[in-house]
Design a protein around this ligand. Structure first.
Ligand SMILES: *Cc1c(COP(=O)(O)O)cnc(C)c1O
Length: 447
């Protein structure tokens, strides 16, 4: 009688006891490893592999990481790219995140052992960077900062906002809907292209919670346009003489002006101009972690901090660590990429093109993240076939994922957002994607 070969399939416990699997359990966790073993055993039961191949098949199927998030090299030329995580952190900020990943004194004064203000270091860094702000608060993201501000200042009352600033920011996220969700009523004034001071003063009454100014980050209205400056909105009062706070959503998170982006608002300028508080994102032009910043009048900031909703919008310790390191530390990658000139980029792009036998072409990068729509970022890219762009996105073996851009029927590899020390990795990926002759016509293995 012949024995059923399936009886030779190694048992789970036996496989897991082997050294490579013990190590894998330590690195990846038991569930992941067991799943890989079970899948290999099933393949043997199905006759796809021999029972003595189960161990090797299970090892081969083990993932190299526990997170399904795959690091990518951004060769799109879009600096703040929301789909790939917006701002990459500086090495200094990454170090701070790693340090904060364990137990850390985020809410403790080590001198006394008593509880302290959460994230005091990040707040101090922001206040030093923006001396015009007397108070600072950090929440989970820019939208949370806006929700908290309008809730604390205007829930059950009115938020006065210009129709020219009723924007959708991306992925269907509309400011008016967000504010309506807080229980504040929107009081729209003016028209899409023109809003005058009179429109605001006519709308302000006992029911006014705050005036909201929004930077319409992702579009521009040209032509017959009037909007009311913060200097005019400052000092508006309700009929009883109480002053109306002006909340200004600057969006991108510049703390002070950047000459490269003259139309982009920054916290310092808008506070000086008359905003009571500004709200902003941490992971756009500031170049830090996802976070929402509130900067400005100390009393108003304190009112937000004490609002019960604040607890639900709290920022985590990793973000606080990265934020402080970004504000205090070296120039973050976003800033470096934005300021890289065509002349800076050309030698790197030329060297890459020469290695793979392709041409370089002038291109325009973009700020991205819904910011500074009109600002061109002149640079250079290696031109490649569109088919190679797809292979770069799904490389063979251990090669890094490189995201290139497709424009006008051609693929473009733009080094603007690639750290210089990763050019070699882009080259390796590009060689594989183009095939050995560099023509892009013969991929190493097409499926
Ligand atoms: C991006 C943006 C927001 C939202 O900020 P998140 O950090 O993405 O939540 C709000 N307002 C403006 C003007 C923005 O540009």
């Amino acid at each position: 009688m012949s024995e059923d070969p399936r009886r030779a399939i190694p048992r789970t416990d036996t496989v897991l006891a082997q050294a490579p699997f013990v190590a894998a359990v330590e690195q990846l966790g038991r569930t992941v490893v067991r799943t890989a073993v079970a899948a290999a055993q099933q393949r043997a039961r199905d006759g796809e592999i021999a029972p003595d191949e189960v161990v090797d098949a299970a090892l081969a199927a083990l993932p190299t990481r526990t997170s399904s998030l795959t690091p990518v090299l951004n060769a799109t030329g879009v600096v703040v790219h929301t789909n790939i995580g917006r701002a990459p952190l500086s090495p200094t900020a990454i170090e701070a995140v790693v340090d904060a990943a364990g137990y850390v004194d985020v809410e403790m004064d080590l001198a006394t052992g008593a509880r302290s203000r959460r994230g005091a270091g990040a707040l101090a860094a922001l206040l030093e960077a923006v001396p015009d702000a007397a108070g600072a608060l950090v929440v989970n993201n820019g939208a949370a900062a806006l929700v908290l501000a309008t809730t604390a200042l205007a829930a059950g009352r009115e938020v006065v906002v210009s129709r020219g600033e009723m924007v959708e920011i991306g992925d269907g996220f509309r400011l008016p809907d967000l504010i309506a969700s807080t229980g504040a009523r929107l009081r729209e004034v003016g028209t899409t292209n023109r809003t005058h001071l009179r429109d605001y003063t006519d709308a302000i009454g006992p029911e006014t919670g705050c005036v909201l100014k929004v930077h319409p980050s992702n579009f521009r209205v040209d032509g017959f346009v009037t909007s009311v400056g913060l200097d005019e909105l400052r000092g508006l009062t309700r009929p009883d003489g109480s002053s109306v706070p002006v909340v200004a959503d600057i969006g991108s998170g510049l703390l002070s002006p950047d000459p490269l982006l003259p139309d982009e608002p920054d916290a310092t300028t808008w506070l000086r101009a008359g905003a009571t508080i500004v709200t902003a994102s941490g992971d756009k032009l500031l170049g830090g972690p996802q976070a929402g910043l509130v900067l400005g009048d100390a009393e108003v900031v304190e009112k937000l901090r004490r609002h019960p909703l604040q607890r639900a919008l709290r920022v985590d310790k990793l973000a606080l660590a990265a934020l402080e390191a970004t504000v205090r530390g070296p120039v973050p990658p976003v800033t470096a990429a934005l300021h890289a000139t065509a002349d800076d980029l050309r030698p790197r792009v030329e060297a890459l093109a020469a290695e793979v036998g392709r041409e370089i072409v002038p291109v325009e990068g973009r700020v991205g993240g819904g910011g500074a729509p009109g600002v061109p970022l002149p640079g250079w890219a290696v031109e490649i076939p569109v088919a190679a762009v797809e292979r770069l996105r799904q490389p063979e073996g251990d090669l890094p994922v490189v995201l290139a851009r497709v424009e006008g029927g051609r693929g473009l590899v733009d080094l603007r957002c690639i750290p210089v020390d990763r050019d070699v990795d882009v080259l390796a990926a590009l060689r594989a994607a183009l095939g050995h002759d560099g023509s892009g016509a013969t991929p190493p293995s097409s499926s």
